[in-house]
Write a protein that binds this ligand. Structure first.
Ligand code: MOS
Length: 744
């Protein structure tokens, strides 16, 4: 029997290294002469540093230096030197310690460097900073008058709002059923377990090996070289393991520049780890307010859609996410208007957080669709089927595949959706009201240019190399599966190397595009190796493959066999033994096939069903059951795929019920900057979760037919839970998170 790897349940190949502690993270690398650095964070939201007194700090035993804008080494002058691959191209990225200007609370104002971590930390508490504060604005409610309309994209992969279609104002005015509501989602903070950290090892020849927490070693290398005037030849960035990132490490964070600056100036290795509260001064999911208007016929047929979306951003970069577009994409509606606006405030620049923009945009439209179902007396699933679009409504293009109907059907069946009582407050368990709700989800599935190298050693061991990252999503394993499948090797014979700027360049590890992009490059590299091995096999004296061509054979179970007649084969070992004893290596660069993809758009889809119990007296919510049905193309590693979706559902529980950065606007500072007060789900919050992958075949999206699953698992979950809470209580909460104070 042929042993295939794709679609099976494969444990992570990096699992043993992780559980045994052998896997090293950025802050765990070490050099004998290493110094330790600690960042001093500013306390005002807007203004200038007036003075910095470092005398007391420098008296600490082991103190080496305090860097600030007054004595920092040379840094680049031009904005373009600070533009990393994910930076808004029209902004002025934060330059740590560049000058006296303060742009947001928590901005780094000094860096203490010492012989020990304890000394550096003691120093950081003795640096005296005084400020000239200017007025600041961190409250979106008051900043809205400065809202600016987004007209064009300023980052790769970010779409501007689509052209309006039809006449949504007139269609809305004429519609028999009207719905007009505002939906508010809060600032959320990335809280990966691993803190941001950089260890810079200064080598004997003065080159640097930089271990950085990043979703792209090449992006970190680019930024640090440009900002500090270093040559790429002298700077190697490695990030073999990442303890979660969720988008926060797509852009290199300020500890990278600071640690490298200190190492360069002092000619010593330096380790810099941020604290948990400093993690609240970086990337975050922006606060949004969406004004949605839906006009419909009495049977729920959509006649008009309007989403005016507002999102908070910083003053120094006009970062924005695609939020309003999701409203117009998925449902048939001839009249639609989508507007995207940003509000600049004295906050740090937001950043991508798992399914950026879609998480907020889909939450709002899927909540509004539930409201429309109630208003028209339709079942929420039926309403969605009635307005189901077979074409991408924003772009007017065909979907390369869209098995969302199967998600609705299979999800509803497993969830027993037919047990739902349409009228709120009709089902009770003890003191709790029981409710059921559902929502759809959607995320894009692009393919990016990527490169990879495959090297088959004479002993049959295959090494795969690509500069992409594994941020905990299972990239090591999925690449091993694709490579093993392509060459008919067991996983034990596949070695995967990632996270090193000396490896073939890969795109940022984000956007759910790593499997489609890097997976394609790996597969192609392995195929190129396979062709060479086939030549050896068919060239053997008595080869049963003598008259076969490459397309006639398959690589399975360490054999090259004739398709359809497995008795005709050459073992991989025999083929390799006939070679010259050198490894067979192939490097490929792949990208989207524009010809094949012309006229198509590709997305992953989901249908999420949730059951909640809401305590009537206390307003506490328990999400007792979730079924998430996913259409994500071909599933490469079923086990890891399921884990991604489970994680997304758990995060959705947090988004629906718990997560919110609380800013004290008097200080312009996030106050719950720790894991005690910034709530995320714990085991007690998570109950029964079922994941379904519906069959979805797609040979247009990319050559391997897999759509990527890193983000879709979260999209739609909060709406499903909110809709279930409405079904339980009759209360519609349009402001996340749905905390108990809003329910009692
Ligand atoms: Mo993802 S938010 O693109 O890491």
């Amino acid at each position: 029997m042929n042993t295939h790897l794709i679609g099976t349940d494969v444990n992570r190949i990096d699992g043993p290294a992780k559980v045994s502690g052998a896997a090293k993270y950025a802050a765990e690398f070490f050099a004998p002469d290493m110094l330790y650095a600690v960042v001093v964070s500013g306390v005002i939201a807007h203004g200038e540093i007036d003075s910095i007194d470092t005398a007391a700090a420098m008296k600490v035993t082991g103190a080496v230096e305090v860097f600030s804008h007054k004595n920092r080494p040379h840094m680049a002058w031009f904005n373009k030197s600070y533009l990393d691959e994910d930076a808004p191209t029209d902004g002025k990225p934060l330059r740590p310690l560049y000058d006296e200007k303060i742009h947001h609370s928590g901005q780094p104002v000094a860096l203490c460097v010492a012989e020990t971590f304890e000394a550096a930390r003691a120093m950081s508490r003795l640096v005296e900073v005084s400020y000239k504060a200017l007025t600041h604005q961190t409250d979106m409610t008051f900043a809205v008058q400065e809202a600016k309309k987004v007209e064009k994209s300023n980052r790769a992969g970010i779409e501007p709002p689509p052209k309006n279609r039809g006449d949504s104002a007139q269609a809305y005015a004429d519609a028999p059923v009207k719905l007009a509501k505002g939906y508010l989602s809060p600032t959320e903070i990335h809280n990966p377990i691993e803190l941001f950290a950089t260890t810079v090892v200064v080598n004997e020849d003065e080159t640097m090996t930089i271990y950085d927490k990043t979703q792209s070693v090449s992006n970190s290398q680019l930024l640090v070289c440009n900002a500090l005037g270093l040559s790429k030849d002298d700077v190697r960035v490695e990030s073999p393991f990442v303890g979660g990132a969720f988008g926060s490490a797509l852009r290199p964070q300020y500890q990278l520049i600071l640690a490298t600056m200190a190492a360069k100036a002092l000619k010593r290795s330096v380790r810099l780890t941020l604290t948990r509260d400093q993690m609240f001064t970086l990337s975050h999911r922006p606060e949004t307010l969406q004004e949605i208007r839906l006009g419909a016929d009495t049977d729920g047929t959509l006649l008009a859609m309007h989403n005016e979306s507002l999102q908070a951003t910083s003053r120094y970069e006009n970062y924005f996410e695609v939020i309003a577009n999701w409203s117009g994409l998925s449902y048939l509606c001839e009249n639609a208007t989508m507007e995207e606006k940003t509000v600049s405030m004295d906050i740090s620049t937001p950043g991508d957080m798992r399914a950026p923009g879609a998480v907020q945009g889909v939450w709002a439209i899927e909540t509004a669709m539930d409201e429309l179902a109630i208003a028209t007396g339709r079942d929420p699933v039926d309403l969605r089927l009635q307005n189901y679009a077979e074409k991408d409504q924003n772009h007017g293009k065909k979907y390369s595949s869209k098995e969302l109907k199967a998600c609705y059907a299979q999800g509803a069946a497993m969830f027993r959706w037919n047990e739902r009582k349409p009228t709120p407050r009709t089902e009770r368990r003890g003191t709790a009201l029981v409710g059921r709700g559902m929502a759809g989800g959607v995320w894009e599935s692009p393919q990016m240019p990527a490169s990879a190298k495959a090297t088959l050693a004479p002993d049959g061991t295959l090494t795969i190399a690509s500069g992409t990252a594994d941020i905990g999503t299972g990239t090591y394993t999925v690449m091993a599966i694709l490579a093993g499948e392509a060459l008919g090797l067991p996983l034990a014979k596949v070695i995967v190397k990632l996270g090193d700027s000396e490896l073939p360049v890969a795109p940022l590890e984000g956007g759910s595009w790593t499997v489609s992009s890097v997976g394609t490059a790996v597969t192609e590299a392995c195929k190129a190796v396979a062709e060479k091995v086939f030549k050896l096999a068919s060239g053997l004296g008595d080869s049963p493959l003598k008259h076969a061509s490459f397309k006639d054979v398959e690589f399975v179970n360490e054999r090259i066999s004739l398709r359809g007649d497995a008795t005709k084969f050459v073992t991989l070992a025999a083929a390799l033994a006939s070679g010259d004893g050198e490894p067979i290596a192939e490097k490929t660069k792949t990208g989207p096939n524009f010809l094949k993809q012309h006229g198509y758009k590709s997305y992953t889809h989901s249908a999420v069903f949730a059951e909640v119990e809401v305590d009537e007296d206390f307003g506490t919510v328990s999400v007792c059951r979730v079924v998430s049905a996913i259409a994500g193309g071909r599933i490469i590693n079923h086990e890891a795929a399921r884990s991604q979706i489970l994680g997304g559902v758990v995060w959705g529980i947090g988004m629906a019920l718990q997560e919110q950065a609380e800013t004290d606007h008097q200080f312009g500072r996030i106050m719950n900057h720790n894991l005690a007060e910034y709530h995320v789900p714990v085991n007690a919050d998570v109950h029964d979760i079922e994941v379904i992958f519906v069959k979805e075949e797609d040979d247009i999206v990319n050559p391997i037919g897999a759509k990527g699953l890193g983000e879709i698992g979260l999209v739609g979950v909060a709406a499903a839970i909110g809709n279930a809470i409405y079904n339980a209580t009759g209360k519609r909460i349009r402001e996340l998170p749905i905390t108990l104070d809003k329910l009692i």
